[in-house]
Design a protein around this ligand. Structure first.
Ligand code: IVH
Length: 680
């Protein structure tokens, strides 16, 4: 069961937003591109079916917020079409000939290795570098001038002669050796590591503090032009020569091919050298040499007609699967990681590979002891393609654990999902830091002076290991903090006072703070309102652990909760460690009952909306009623207080009349709500 479409859409949007941030802001993707694309497709499909429940682009893949100024590119920065086989390349040449009306005369190309880094635009005025910008979405990038100036392979001034104004484009990248050394240094220092040289280059360049970029080993190959105040060459080959004269590094493997027929030979030569090259390449870019012809050909969609990227197949190798380790992520996801007999794949020594999830292991049928084929597509962590059947096989199928290897809590996999998760969120060492950050966040305990940074610091130093620790033994906590660097007696006292001020907490905030999956602020409010007190909620949740119990069906029947969310709650309470953590936390607090009587002027009233509303949407009407303390339900019964009847209302309006329940028009409802808002 995966809940209503609206719930699934909200859940997917949250997941996508999380992965967008991981990729764009932290340059540290947690899932493969294929997995991301699958999530995205599922989201798009659901929103197409249920446009009311989500925004087609809402929060998904949106350009990340960043501290960099935006820069509009004078000429858009485009991408390239791909070729994978000789026929694709032949078709590319044939298309050029057709478009230009050419006969069989030779067509010269320049071939350049394709490095998977990030493209950059560099503007020079009177020979002086004035701006560096990332590609961004192609139309608009980020101003990284200060960062780009720290690159050693970049001329700050062009060697004369040069045009008054010229924009040069190229690729910023990190070599394999630099990348591995930097990752090792980062790991040793307890800092985050990067998945591949591309992410490392992007993460290093997009530092708000340019002194950090300066320490990162970034290189640049120049390869294209943007805007220019005057023409600088008649062919791309001559243009590359001018780039060298001005002081840029041009990839020394670049070659001019007298005709497209030479491309296959070049492709094979570079392919053979690939593993030994100091940087990762994923193909060769072929560009028509004649710039006048390039201009005639122009662009189609987001790619030029005059260039193509002929990709190499992913680099592969075979080795033995020695074991499977289960890693637990910060959100509790259990990820299987293959431990391998070290093997060289495309110039990088590989010891581990991701196996993604339980289904993936089953689908590939891998057993410990098998000989497997690996492939590396830019990433350091490669993928297991499959088992080499002709080699001796492992003795038995792999059984995925049903307990968390970090904390021993039950690991469960909601129906319809691929990821198994540890349910010991509050107690699991792998997750507790993220849980603590959530615990003190805005909608939860919202403790002044105890933000993400402080929590990470206190958790790392074992000052705080669980939510209950925040409130336990405040005097010793104050003493301990007071002597810390950057704190002092006054700030320690203020922090402890801010913590003490939060001991009294409304039930809804308390429930939200627990960080139970799918229990956001809105659902926490629904639960608080429904169960009223902490004691009652706790009792009912423990009873709801039993499938088929009255408590379980009552929980699932709460409007807005539903069976899928009920399942998440039941799983949280099924884990004794969670209940223990919950109880020791509750001991430290005064949890206020949910406002049944207090709150808005419609407190405790049960309202049903039926028919088409004219001045507001259903969700809006519902939110309005709930803000005023009313509960909105779907069906009319004797308990219903008010039925708001919109246009074309049917059976519910009739039923209200039968039961003698008060009915009103939309306008009357608005009036009543306005009054209630005034009185409440
Ligand atoms: S030319 C309109 N040349 O590949 C042509 N791109 O898939 C623009 N890349 O965004 C690109 N090496 O980041 C060009 N020698 C090369 C390249 C290259 C790598 C990257 C670049 C671009 C992407 C397109």
């Amino acid at each position: 069961m995966s809940g209503t479409p609206a719930e699934e859409i909200a859940d997917l949007a949250a997941q996508l937003a999380h992965h967008d941030r991981a990729y764009h802001e932290r340059d540290a993707p947690e899932i493969s591109d294929a997995e991301y694309d699958a999530l995205r497709r599922r989201y798009a499909a659901l929103v197409a079916e249920h446009p009311e429940a989500g925004d087609p682009a809402g929060g998904v893949g949106a350009a990340p917020a960043s501290g960099f100024a935006k820069v509009r590119h004078g000429v858009p920065m485009l991408s390239l079409d791909n070729a994978f086989a000789p026929e694709d390349f032949d078709e590319f040449c044939a298309r050029i000939r057709r478009f230009l009306g050419l006969g069989p005369e030779p067509l010269a190309f320049v071939a350049e290795p394709k490095i998977d880094g990030l493209s950059i635009s560099l503007t020079y005025e009177d020979g002086v570098l004035v701006r560096g910008a990332t590609r961004g979405d192609g139309a608009e990038g980020e101003d990284v001038t200060a960062n780009i100036r720290t690159l050693k392979s970049l001329p700050e001034r062009l060697v004369a002669p040069f045009p008054a104004r010229i924009e040069i484009r190229g690729e910023v990248f990190m070599s394999k050796a630099d990348f591995l050394a930097m990752n090792a240094a980062q790991e040793a220092a307890g800092e985050k590591t990067f998945a591949n040289p591309r992410n490392a280059a992007a993460g290093s360049l997009r530092q708000l503090d340019a002194t950090i970029t300066a320490k990162r080993p970034l290189s640049l190959f120049a390869y294209a032009q943007g805007e220019a105040s005057e023409p600088v060459a008649a062919t791309h080959w001559d243009y590359l020569a001018r780039l060298r004269d001005w002081g840029f590094t041009v990839n020394p493997l670049s070659e001019r091919l007298a005709d497209g027929a030479e491309a296959a030979g070049f492709q094979a030569r570079i392919g053979a050298e690939r593993a030994a090259l100091p940087y990762d390449i994923d193909g060769v870019v072929y560009k028509l040499d004649d710039l006048a012809l390039q201009r005639r050909l122009g662009f189609v969609g987001r790619a030029p007609r005059w260039a193509i990227a002929w990709k190499f197949p992913a680099e592969q190798a075979t080795t033995v699967l020695e074991g499977i380790d289960i890693q637990v992520g910060r959100t509790g996801a259990l990820t299987p990681v293959a431990r391998l007999t070290p093997v060289n794949v495309g110039g990088v020594l590989v010891r581990n590979a991701t196996l993604h999830n339980e289904d993936e292991i089953a689908r590939k049928g891998v057993r410990i002891g098998d000989t497997v084929t690996l492939q590396r597509a830019g990433d350091v962590i490669p993928q297991i393609v499959g088992v080499v059947e002709s080699q001796p096989r492992g003795p038995e199928p792999y059984v995925f654990p049903d307990h968390c290897p970090v904390c021993g809590s039950l690991a469960i996999r909601p129906q319809g999902e691929v990821v198994k998760r540890c349910t010991g969120g509050l107690t699991c060492a792998a997750q507790v830091e993220e849980r603590l950050i959530h615990f003190v966040s805005r909608g939860a305990f919202d403790i002044e002076g105890l933000g993400e940074k402080t929590i990470r610091e206190f958790h790392a130093e074992r000052i705080i290991a669980s939510p209950a620790d925040i409130f336990r033994n405040l005097p010793p906590l104050e003493a301990e903090i007071a002597v810390r660097e950057g704190w002092g007696a006054l700030s320690a006292r203020n922090l402890v006072a801010a913590i003490a001020a939060r001991r009294a907490v409304p039930l809804a905030r308390f429930i939200f703070a627990l960080g139970i999956r799918r229990i956001g602020e809105a659902n926490a409010k629904l639960l608080a309102r429904h169960y009223g007190s902490f004691a009652n909620w706790r009792t009912q949740m423990l009873a709801a652990v039993t499938i088929g119990s009255e408590a379980r069906s009552d929980l699932g029947a709460i409007l807005g909760i539903g069976p899928a969310i009920a399942e998440e709650l039941a799983e949280f309470f099924a884990e004794p460690r969670n209940v223990e953590a919950l109880d020791s936390l509750a001991e430290q607090l005064q949890i206020a009952d949910a406002p049944a009587a207090a709150g808005g002027g419609l407190s405790g009233k049960i309202v049903v909306f039926t028919g088409t509303l004219e001045t507001m949407t259903r969700p809006e009407a519902k939110a309005m009623a709930e803000t005023l303390g009313a509960r909105v339900t779907d069906s009319v019964s004797k308990k219903t207080d008010i039925v708001v009847v919109g246009a074309d209302a049917g059976s519910k309006a009739r039923k209200a009349a039968e039961l003698g329940v008060r009915t009103m028009t939309e306008a009357e409802w608005r009036e009543l709500a306005a009054e209630a808002a005034g009185s409440g």
